[in-house]
Write a protein that binds this ligand. Structure first.
Ligand code: ASP
Length: 321
């Protein structure tokens, strides 16, 4: 029997205690805890890592404070366009969706891409068409409308900026001229990684991307190896942070590759991968688990909403550095 483990995140960024109200902090913690409990319940009954990460992410997608599913940020046009990916480390199979609209739980559709098609990633109109074909649950624009996200958009448009999600005022990046879009820092994704009793690993990540995003931008989340990766031979990883750099650093795979090719432990591979992310200018973090149920939750930003289940089966939630 392998040591079961699960970890979740709700995004990384400039999360400062000085800017958090006690009430909001309680809500964030409750959201992460509910997600961990959902996933753990499955692992505890000897369910699969794949089912556990999907259930944990569905919980976070339904929770309005996180930037995924219901709490997704608004695009420049005032829409919610979501990306998600799931990977099964047992079979080395993955499914992902991008530019998804009105689908209640993008992570469930990503799993259907993995299980019902011979493809890895479906985007835009085609992804929505596939969602209809699969008869997944849709929600109205009103369901996805959350006031705090809309106010973020109005402010971002007024200032001609792409708004960070978990960010203090200073971190909003000017992006009006198209060439500067590289500098946008989209933060606030959700994710889960798990190891089940059989030692099978899985990872899942879901996001609304960034406030005021334009031009059909896709981040790292649905890109296998960048924001999401799982291989039983090494580890399962779910990333959050400035997506462009996670793509450039192929960060999720970077952790697995350092274990595979250098023979590093999960801890050492994760530390090197974060160092590399920092070196190339990226901000954020990730959660990862190996086949022995060891969990790491490193980040180089001010904070990361994160949690794991401890030896006693109890959720441990952390937010700040
Ligand atoms: N990595 C995500 C993206 O770039 C955003 C996030 O993690 O908050 O779309």
């Amino acid at each position: 029997m392998h040591k079961k483990a699960i970890a979740v995140h709700g995004g990384a960024g400039t999360i400062l205690k000085s800017e958090m109200t006690p009430k909001l902090e309680v809500e964030y913690r409750a959201g992460l805890e509910a997600s961990l409990r959902k996933g753990w319940e499955i692992l505890d009954k000897n369910g699969s890592a794949l089912d556990a990460v999907e259930a944990a992410v569905v919980e976070l997608e339904n929770f309005p404070l996180f930037n995924a599913g219901r709490g997704s940020v608004f695009t420049h046009e005032g829409r919610n366009e979501m990306d998600a990916a799931i990977m099964d480390g047992r079979k080395l199979k993955a499914g992902a969706v991008a530019f998804l609209r009105n689908v209640k739980n993008p992570i469930g559709l990503a799993r259907l891409v993995m299980e019902k098609t011979e493809h890895c990633l479906l985007a835009g109109e085609g992804a929505n068409e596939f969602a209809h074909e699969m008869r997944v649950e849709f929600e109205t624009d009103e369901y996805f409308f959350t006031e705090h996200r809309y106010l973020q958009l109005l402010k971002a448009i007024e200032e001609g900026r792409v708004q960070l999600d978990h960010a203090a005022g200073k971190s909003r990046i000017q992006t009006s001229p198209a060439p500067k879009l590289r500098k946008a820092k989209p933060l606030g994704t959700v994710g889960a990684v798990a190891c089940d009793a059989k030692g099978n690993l899985a990872a899942a990540t879901s996001t609304g991307g960034m406030t005021n995003k334009k031009f059909g931008r896709i981040g790292d989340t649905p890109v296998i190896g960048a924001g999401t990766y799982a291989d039983n031979a090494t580890c399962a990883v779910s990333c959050t942070g400035h997506g462009e750099f996670f793509m450039l650093g192929v960060t999720a795979f970077d952790v697995a590759a350092r274990m595979k090719y250098k023979g590093l432990s999960l801890e050492d591979a994760a530390a090197e991968a974060i160092d590399n992310l920092t070196k190339i200018g990226g901000e954020g973090g990730f959660i990862a688990v190996d086949g022995q149920g060891r969990v790491v939750l490193p980040f180089n930003s001010e904070g990361m909403y994160r949690g794991f289940v401890d030896e006693a089966g109890e959720p441990v939630i952390e937010i700040y550095k």
